[in-house]
Design a protein around this ligand. Sequence first.
Ligand code: ATP
Length: 319
Amino acid sequence: MLTLLKLLKDGRFHSGQALGAALGISRSAVWKQLQHLEAELGLSIHRVRGRGYQLAAPLTLLDPAQIDDKSSARSWPVQVFDSIDSTNAEALRAIERGLAAPFLVLAERQTAGRGRRGRKWVSPFAENLYYSLVLRIEGGMRQLEGLSLVVGLAVMRALREQGVAGVGLKWPNDLLVGQKKIAGILLELVGDPADVCHVVLGVGINVNMQAADEVDQQWTSMRLESGRVFDRNHLVVELGLVLQDYLSRHQCDGFSAIHAEWEQNHLWQGRAVSLIAGVNQIDGVVVGIDSRGALRLKVDGVEKIFSGGELSLRLRDDS
Ligand code: ATP
């Protein structure tokens, strides 16, 4: 099915006969596959009698050759999937199989993209970036401190370098423009964090997405913010360069070296928020983060520190 899509991706007309000949299948089999493409991937395909089939808009697919070629000498080996349950899940399976880190897993779509605590990351075909970088960590806990915040900061820089204005951070793992979510980070860990472990740095960025009924909170994309279409291959390369820079700073100097920069870009600094932990809710005002990336909240006039993967921050109406 995707071979057929690759023949159509230029956005020009292709006759059923030519497509069938290229694939060694009948014209009616071509027609059936096109129906599947529309239904499965949400693509829109025009049919015009006498001319054939045409994608409503040309597609640029992820291309490992472009990603490898343009990267620096230190680039990571990359695997690109047309469709996968989740790039983080595939990265974890690859670690299990013994694939040597670092490496990068990308996909055109995710059928079960992951958010935190079992939530779903909506991941339509060929529109966004679904990106999981695997690192082997030997330095113990210090190498993990604040790591997801560092990744968020790197993604923010990459988006700003691409010309997306107004992107900022929301503790612990979201990137927002105003109140709208444009990207999310999900770190997953295997092994012994105190000794040798692997960490999967999962990044989802809304790149060219213009509609997504299933997302149940305010969201935006690079395209919606800037009015232009982005080349995802180029974005992968640029994101890789910024990430390498931040990860090496974090590795050498620890999170404390990045702490101030993160706070400067925290959209909810000084805001009145509610911190949700399961059924409990704590109201306070955001003071900032500490040198390990934990949240500092002023609660009833007293500063308290919160960390852990089960916490969610929400703005209070009076903030
Ligand atoms: P938290 O503050 O706990 O991080 P969250 O709602 O942002 O809360 P995440 O686990 O970070 O939760 O992200 C998953 C949520 O993000 C989903 O429940 C959905 O509301 C939203 N979401 C899913 N797909 C997308 C997407 N492509 N773009 C923006 N938001 C999305």
